[in-house]
Design a protein around this ligand. Sequence first.
Ligand SMILES: Nc1ncnc2c1ncn2[C@@H]1O[C@H](COP(=O)(O)OP(=O)(O)OP(=O)(O)O)[C@@H](O)[C@H]1O
Ligand SMILES: [Mg+2]
Length: 330
Amino acid sequence: MTNTAMLAIGINPGFGNTKIVVNNGAGDEKSIVFPSIVAKAQRQVPGALEQIQTIQIKDESFWVGEDALIGSPRSEINKARLKDDYFIPALVRAGLEWLEVPREPSVAVSGLPASWADELDTATRLGELLRIAAAHTFSGSKIRIVSEPLGVLYSQVLDARGARVRPELAKSRVLIVDIGHYTVNAVVVNNLRPEPAMSFSLDLGTSTVLARIGQLLFASYEMDLTLFQIDQAVRNKGLLVSGEFLPLPPKAELVLADAGMKIVAKLTELLRGGGAIEKVLIGGGGAEMESLAQPIVDKYRQAIVVPNPQLSVATGFARLARYSINKGGQ
Ligand SMILES: Nc1ncnc2c1ncn2[C@@H]1O[C@H](COP(=O)(O)OP(=O)(O)OP(=O)(O)O)[C@@H](O)[C@H]1O
Ligand SMILES: [Mg+2]
């Protein structure tokens, strides 16, 4: 197989959702997003029309993503997820299987939150977990691990063929904000060079916002929902219960705007005295929530929410992998 025919894979196993983008070199990108939830597979009901797909890692079987909600699911929201030999591998294996990625050597880029990204042993461990997930796909080549918010930038300065685009953005001093489920990651990049002193992970992600909206839903409708169900309710701007649509309580918008303002306040504090920012790119799933992203856009007039923000980190990773294949590296 020639190098350029190799698949380029971007892997972003977030605390809330796993995002994977596969780039085939002809400008096509396939992607998948699912909750980062894993449960040990249980015995399936004989005769069921649909069986739940099990994901095998070493000697254990798992249900992953929404399928895991049927079992005893767990999500791992701290560094312990990297110690576990099964959790991240199950997420990544599931995504690759669902995307029907062939078991052939590929070039992969994955990432860590900004505050861990320069820890060599943490990055090495993530690489090891990806190899447990799919030895055929990842063993032959180097896996690059970069700081997650950089993916948002790479999704904008590289196209789907891995070619450099938007030179004006590449030449600017850019603040990148990635609003995730648990963390908001931010970096400042000047001329495509990340500034080491300007890299932050803040625990201001959407999960606290969702929990507060959950309390509002409980107060209005006496419904006790999981974070996953509250997330669905926010996306649909309400709940469908026995055929009746129950709208989100109006206060939910205020909760979102308030969380957005908290992010702005923290960023302002961290960037104080750090020099001028020319552009701001906002990505991550949290950027899909308009009322949450709006205070950041209002504060920095040069700010934009990138297209498909939730997928932007994994898209940028896949494009960086494609760029390195084009350059003849692996
Ligand atoms: N279409 C959408 N509409 C509304 N909210 C959305 C949408 N898509 C994603 N979100 C929000 O984005 C959040 C997750 O974003 P994302 O998938 O980027 O997080 P993550 O990368 O898993 O978390 P972290 O970066 O902390 O590891 C969800 O919890 C949800 O609240
Ligand atoms: Mg994320």
